[in-house]
Design a protein around this ligand. Structure first.
Ligand SMILES: O=c1ccn([C@@H]2O[C@H](COP(=O)(O)O)[C@@H](O)[C@H]2O)c(=O)[nH]1
Length: 235
């Protein structure tokens, strides 16, 4: 069965990534390459990871005017990853442009899936109210931005597992909810605000979970990964 537990490879260097991946013998993983690793190592890190047979979510969260995002997505499409993303707060025109760029730049018939980040899982209602001056309930903001992403033709969103059911109830189960903000019981919450365990994320209908430090900083990352799989996929 394909893994729906995506490991966030938030490392600085290729060597750290390879040392981490080497612990997983004969396992095909689903991993996330984010800004830290991509900016440090460049696009070659994507090829390196693909060569080892792992699926990739390229988490660069594009956010700019529509034309810039379209042209950037056209470039990213050439990397032929499984999943890419933008910020939903860029608006519907920007998200449509991202999708167009991806279609134009795709390799052969395979278009990477594309999702939009709604409210970062490090935010809460207090930040919305007092720093961003968004005076709507956080759930309503997430649902509205998810609806915009669907209207733009995107495949789903990034949200907290806490909003996943709401989104699926309104937008359908086929619309992906990719959910970071995952912590194994006993792990530190760190800078995250809206978190659940993998088991609760499953109950709340997350399509895929993204797990970073609960796995990468664990004493035994392989055991931590298998605990996530067991809770989320029953394996
Ligand atoms: O709303 C968001 C969007 C993206 N992320 C990313 O997920 C991982 C989470 O890492 P943890 O160590 O499990 O907290 C990280 O790469 C973020 O950039 C997110 O957390 N929230």
């Amino acid at each position: 069965m394909k893994s729906n537990v995506c490991i966030a490879l938030d490392f600085q260097t290729k060597q750290e990534v390879l040392d981490f991946l080497d612990q997983f013998t004969n396992e095909s993983l689903y991993v996330k390459v984010g800004m830290e690793l991509f900016y440090g190592e460049g696009a070659s890190i994507v090829e390196e990871i693909k060569k080892r047979g792992h699926r990739i979510f390229l988490d660069l969260k594009l956010h700019d005017i529509p034309n810039t995002v379209k042209q950037a997505m056209k470039q990213l499409a050439k990397l032929d990853v499984d999943l890419v993303n933008v910020h939903a707060s860029g608006g519907i025109a920007m998200m449509k442009a991202a999708l167009e760029g991806l279609e134009e730049g795709k390799i052969g018939a395979h278009r990477p899936k594309i999702i939009a980040v709604t409210c970062l899982t490090s935010l809460d209602q207090d930040v919305l109210d007092h720093q961003l001056l968004i005076h709507e309930p956080l759930n309503d903001v997430v649902l509205k931005w998810a609806s915009n992403a669907k209207e733009a033709g995107l495949d789903g969103v990034v949200c907290s597992p806490l909003e996943s059911k709401l989104i699926h109830d309104h937008l359908g189960l086929d619309f992906m909810t990719v959910t970071p903000g995952i912590r194994l019981a006993g792990s530190s919450v760190n800078d995250q605000k809206r978190v659940t365990t993998p088991a609760l994320a499953k109950e709340l209908t997350s399509t895929e979970i993204v797990v970073g430090r609960s796995i990468t900083k664990a004493d035994d990352p392989v055991a931590a990964y298998h605990q996530c799989l067991k809770e989320f996929q029953g394996e």
